[in-house]
Design a protein around this ligand. Structure first.
Ligand code: GTP
Ligand code: MG
Length: 650
């Protein structure tokens, strides 16, 4: 018990016991990878102050400086740090760093020797993205200053250069080339699915596969550093207009659920510009104020600011290409590619609620190692089957999927995750956080969050996740992580997942009936597969989808016709073992007819370019009344599917 508590402490699990059914080796691997690789949730009790400042300029919306300091001070004893503390630390590291384009065979030692003329180098690593690059972190900003002082302006004969100096450099000295070997490059992309499947096939059980997948997909320490460095480089451009602004990452880059290769969501924070100025005495003493351009609304201001930033990134930003202004979206944004890092970037402003969602997911991910493992697995499964897509459309998004996993874990008995309302109750008065009239209060104090022991294994949870959503009453009920229980849907859309902070909104409003149907069908098939000893490799294999599709094709033939044909053939053949085959066929028929005549009318088309292009409006709607018997049908399916004879005869 004492030993397991010690293991748990590293995970920051607040369960009174460790999940016993997770093998200790798996726990160790998860511990190592989730506490040092996932997101910025780096839990490094051994880390001393020399590795980064313990306080940063920014504070989370919910905490005053004293509280942040208390968190920081407590870290060695209690585990995870508050997200804003980690972010401040990462930002400070990034400000001491430069990004250098190198030749592919740069001699690591000579390169470091050259750099050390300018200052102590804390960290240096290489990666590839349209060439070889090095991220170099000096121990202080003087090192960066000295290197920039020494840098030359490119002399190009046929082109001109935009004379903007930045911390994106290129090393030009040929003597740093190593003729023997290339520097070791850090991976910046997740393994292709086929390679991943091959890797997973060498694992001995499902739990190991889940752990291995999580490890393969999690953001690496280096990738996280690079993400913060890109924000810092862009911050330099934006601060030409707004000297006190800050550009901070949010979303999966920092919430702990980021997969290598995921986009870089950034938030342009302009609030610091007004901060500290509000206490100017306006009573009787004379004072001056800034004359500022006025605009009709905050949205118009955001659009204007983002438009200017977009122009400057397009015209001046080193490495920024393909800049698009998407200013009429609900949340206006600028999208572009940052070529030297290979990141697809989305820059927003005035998007504080998303920052809160990020922190909320970070807290959930830190509470139990099984949360991230399950989210990574479900996201990978969804991507492998085209349930999610990088193209915007009627697909379920990764954010929605993550909320679905959180909801599922809140529904366990005993729950693995608390509800958002419970986290709100734990928040003190100083943690109250209202954004645009929305109550975004919750506690992220890990010491206060206590959960009852739940020892369910990852195998069990994954299988039950699929089962849970195979039988969920999507046509009637809404997923609500604030309350931790399903509620009646306030609107008719196929899938309703309540936005945790803007509670009148549905985060999955974009999802059409076809996509929901595909999700449910795959959940059914995957639950069946796992309940029958299937592995993760089988679940991720395209052939699994092909099998589902072929079954769906057969489904189009009227069930009565097929059963009639089978009875016909039975009449002409012997009984005995054939009966078993008939049973299998009939059970298959039953599954097909119950699913087609059940809650989801119509067949799901294969995941083609056409279905990708389908808009939510053009999709067939769900029969609102047709799913009344959904639970019943799904349960029946489970019973029929699980007949052992049905398996043997296939
Ligand atoms: P990937 O980029 O797919 O890895 O995941 P992500 O979590 O970063 O999702 P995405 O880039 O789509 O969105 C970034 C962040 O914006 C999310 O983490 C959420 O915090 C927030 N977000 C995304 N979609 C929604 C939504 O529909 N509603 C709300 N409230 N927030 C959202
Ligand atoms: Mg993202």
């Amino acid at each position: 018990m004492a030993a397991s508590a010690a293991v748990c402490r590293g995970f920051n699990v607040r369960h009174t016991h460790c999940p016993r059914t997770i093998p200790r080796t798996c726990l160790r691997v998860l511990r190592a990878q989730l506490s040092t690789r996932a997101g910025v949730g780096l839990t490094r009790p051994e880390q001393g102050p020399e590795q980064g400042p313990e306080q940063g300029p920014e504070q989370g919306p919910e905490q005053g400086p004293e509280e942040a300091h208390r968190h920081t001070g407590d870290t060695k004893k209690t585990g995870p740090k508050a997200l804003h503390v980690l972010q401040a630390q990462r930002r400070e590291e990034a400000e001491r760093s430069v990004l250098i384009s190198c030749l592919p065979r740069t001699h690591h030692n000579k390169f470091l020797k050259y750099l050390s003329r300018h200052g102590d180098v804390n960290k240096c690593f290489f990666y590839e993205s349209f060439g070889t690059y090095a991220v170099v972190e000096f121990s202080d900003r003087d090192g960066v200053g000295s290197l920039l002082e020494s840098a030359a302006v490119p002399s190009i004969s046929h082109e001109s250069v935009v004379p903007l100096r930045s911390r994106l450099l290129a090393v030009r000295n040929i003597s740093t080339v190593d003729t023997q070997s290339a520097p070791q490059c850090q991976p910046q992309k997740a393994l292709p699915i086929n390679d991943l499947i091959q890797q997973l096939s060498s694992c001995t059980n499902l739990e190991q596969q889940i752990v291995s997948l999580t490890e393969a997909h999690s953001l690496t320490e280096e990738n996280i550093r690079l993400r913060f460095l890109v924000c810092s480089l862009l911050n330099d451009v934006a601060s030409a207009f707004f000297p006190d602004c800050s550009i901070r990452p949010f979303g999966s880059s920092v919430n702990g659920f980021g997969k290598l290769g995921c986009d870089l969501d950034m938030f342009l924070d302009l609030d610091a510009i007004g901060a500290g100025k509000s206490n100017v005495s306006r009573s009787t003493a004379p004072y001056v104020e800034y004359q500022m351009k006025r605009s009709s609304s905050e949205r118009a201001v955001t659009q204007g600011v983002l438009s200017v930033i977009a122009e400057s990134l397009e015209q001046l930003g080193p490495g920024c290409v393909g800049v698009q202004k998407i200013l009429n979206a609900r949340c206006p944004l600028v999208r572009f590619a940052h070529q030297p890092s290979g990141f697809q970037c989305d820059l927003t402003a005035n998007n504080r609620v998303a920052m809160r969602s990020t922190e909320m997911l970070y807290v959930f991910g830190e509470l139990d190692p099984r949360v991230r493992a399950l989210v990574f697995t479900v996201r990978c499964w969804a991507r492998a089957h085209g349930i999610t897509s990088s193209i915007p459309g009627a697909w379920i998004t990764n954010f929605s999927l993550t909320i679905m996993v959180v909801f599922f874990l809140q529904r366990r008995s005993p729950p693995i995750l608390p509800t958002l309302d419970q986290l709100k109750e734990l928040a003190g008065p100083s943690q109250k956080c209202i954004i645009d009239g929305n109550d975004c209060t919750f506690s992220s104090d890990f010491d206060k969050i206590q959960m009852k022991s739940n020892s369910e294994s990852l195998d069990r949870l994954l299988s039950d996740f699929f089962e849970f959503y195979s039988t969920f009453l999507f046509n009637k009920m809404s997923i609500n992580i604030r309350k931790g229980k399903e509620e009646h849907k306030p609107e008719l859309g196929p899938l309703h997942i309540q936005n945790p902070f803007e509670t009148s909104l549905n985060v999955s409003k974009n999802v059409n009936a076809t996509q929901l149907e595909r999700f449910v069908t795959l959940c059914q098939e995957s639950a069946w597969s796992l309940q029958n000893g299937g592995t993760l490799t089988a679940l991720l294999l395209p052939s699994h989808v092909a099998a589902i599709k072929s079954r769906k094709k057969r489904k189009r033939e009227p069930a009565s016709e097929r059963i009639k044909g089978l009875l016909e053939s039975l009449r002409t053949k012997n009984n005995g073992p054939k009966k078993c085959c008939l049973d299998a066929e009939v059970s298959e028929q039953f599954r097909s007819s119950s699913s087609s005549g059940g809650c989801f009318g119509g067949s799901s088309p294969p995941h083609t370019a056409e279905t990708r292009a389908q808009s939510p409006e053009s999709a067939p709607g769900l029969h609102p009344g047709a799913s009344a018997d959904h639970h019943h049908h799904a349960r029946m399916r489970a019973v029929v599917i699980l007949q052992p004879w049905s398996l043997q005869c296939r």
